[in-house]
Write a protein that binds this ligand. Structure first.
Ligand code: ZN
Ligand code: ZN
Ligand code: ZN
Length: 498
């Protein structure tokens, strides 16, 4: 194969079909002709299944010299250039069958075929199409401050969305190589040919523009923040996605029918609608902390008339998101019974530390170290901090043993049944509002306990009798190192993983 006579530099973020179309125009042929010349199409004229999405290294190395490009430049024009930034195409690597496609599109919002566009960019760049337009999160042209279009006004087709079998391949009908024109097929076997660059544009509001910039940063791989916690771009985008799933199901936003069934993983094709969805969940995702985020979620549930959200409420609605989970936990902590929250955390995908189960109830003292409580509860007298420390121990016992209720958890620690019941009921009473704090404290301690350098066994339990917190006067009560304790305490520096 020989080098093409005329060289052409790709524009920044230019998509592969766009580049080939411009090459075709420059050499006086069609996109199909260019595809054949470069050996991209097979003998029967078929394009590869992942045209413009991924390209094998060997194929890029073969094609690049003919275009006077480096293989890296060819790869940069494939949608996969945004792999691990805007989405995860890992599913595609495993196999080329439908299963891989499904795994990919279920993991994150991505269009393997079809694109939006900015008419003004098409005018200004003479028909160059950008890869960024193929990312559902980007709804607005930051350069021209107008909303993207999702379809051709003349034929209603989504540009770049081929037939069912060749998702991302160009249409079979040969068209003049002009990036400004719609290549959508008409029923009578012609090409639509409408001038997409002439479609009227609508000025984007400053808020929409801000959302678009936020999304552009994420898609470029910058870290984002979800309800006050910093996340990777992929985690943050999944947080947005999951929040949209919740908002749509709870009727927070009019989704124009989108998302009614199991189309959660397929983003709508209308950029205006996507921006409306982003706008609806913005208060949740951009909440300064998870408490405020939970307030937003609480409001949505109230409006949807869901009085007591259950662990499964959210699982049924949407796929889980590590970034959103702390907010959901916070909310469930307010509504749910403590034990359902504990179960939730045990089975949570984020609960990695619970893989280590080579320790048990003997590693838990009757009262946890004072420094295991959050700062503001360490000296609490109402409720007494000793009772809170006993409750944290009981939560741990439930997390790490098969104790299925508070009485069983207390028994494992040497507490009488009535005390276990009363202390937990008392500590979790709504008037204190500390249930979440206690669950968090247990969770944090549960992560540290298995990593102690030297273990002390607490299996010789002290007698617990009498009334109120005085019953705990003789209970096992290890001290903090700051208070002169000599053994391990939760303040002890965490060993780094080998
Ligand atoms: Zn533009
Ligand atoms: Zn059209
Ligand atoms: Zn300490």
């Amino acid at each position: 194969m020989t080098r093409l006579p005329l060289a052409l530099a790709p524009l920044q973020d230019e998509a592969w079909p766009s580049y080939l179309t411009r090459q075709a125009a420059q050499h006086g042929t069609t996109l199909a002709g260019m595809g054949s010349h470069l050996g991209l199409r097979d003998a029967r004229g078929r394009w590869p299944g992942r045209f413009g999405v991924t390209m094998a290294e060997t194929e890029a190395a073969r094609v690049a010299p003919m275009l006077s490009l480096a293989p890296k430049q060819v790869q940069r024009m494939q949608l996969a250039a945004y792999h691990q930034l805007a989405f995860d195409l890992g599913g595609l690597a495993h196999n080329s069958a439908i299963g891989g496609t499904r795994a990919t599109v279920h993991a994150a919002w991505v269009w393997l075929a079809g694109t939006t566009f900015c008419p003004l960019c098409l005018v200004e760049d003479d028909g160059v199409w950008r890869l960024m337009w193929r990312i559902p999160w980007i709804t607005t042209c930051i350069r021209h401050e107008v909303g993207f279009h999702g379809t051709c006004h003349a034929c209603g087709g989504v540009p770049g969305l081929g037939n069912r079998f060749h998702g991302s391949a160009p249409p079979r009908v040969a068209a003049a190589p002009d990036g400004r024109r719609c290549t959508g097929p008409t029923p009578v076997g012609h090409v639509c040919g409408a001038d997409l660059s002439a479609q009227p544009t609508v000025q984007a509001s400053p808020e929409r523009l801000m959302r678009a910039k936020r999304m552009a940063d994420l898609v470029a791989g910058q870290r984002g923040v979800v309800s006050g916690t910093e996340r990777t771009s992929l985690q943050a985008l999944r947080g947005w996605q999951s929040a949209i799933g919740i908002a749509v199901r709870l009727g927070v936003v009019d989704s124009d029918g989108w998302g009614r069934t199991h189309r959660w993983a397929n983003p709508p094709r209308d950029p205006d609608l996507i921006d409306r969805l982003l706008q609806a969940v913005e208060p949740l995702v951009t909440a300064p902390d998870r408490t405020t985020g939970a307030d937003v979620l609480d409001g949505w549930l109230r409006d949807a008339d869901i009085r007591s959200p259950h662990v499964n409420t959210f699982d049924r609605i949407t796929q889980t998101s590590a970034a959103l989970q702390p907010v959901i936990n916070e909310l469930l902590g307010r509504h749910g019974r403590a034990h359902t929250v504990i179960q939730r955390r045990l089975t949570s995908a984020d609960g990695a530390p619970f893989g280590e189960r080579d320790w048990g109830v003997d590693d838990i003292p009757q009262l946890v170290w004072p420094c295991a409580l959050p700062e503001h509860l360490r000296h609490s007298t109402k409720p007494d901090q000793r009772i809170l420390r006993a409750v944290v121990s009981m939560i741990l016992a439930r997390m790490f043993t098969d104790a299925c209720d508070w009485v069983a958890a207390g028994r494992a620690l040497g507490f009488p049944a009535d005390k276990s019941r009363n202390w937990t009921r008392y500590a979790f009473a709504a008037k204190w509002g500390i249930k979440t704090d206690l669950l968090d404290a247990s969770h944090a301690l549960g992560q540290k306990l298995p990593k102690r350098p030297r273990r002390v066994s607490f299996h010789r339990r002290s007698q617990v009798s009498g009334f109120g917190s005085r019953a705990l006067a003789d209970a096992q009560s290890p001290r903090c190192r700051d208070q002169g304790g000599s053994a391990w305490c939760p303040c002890y520096p965490q060993p780094t993983a080998p």
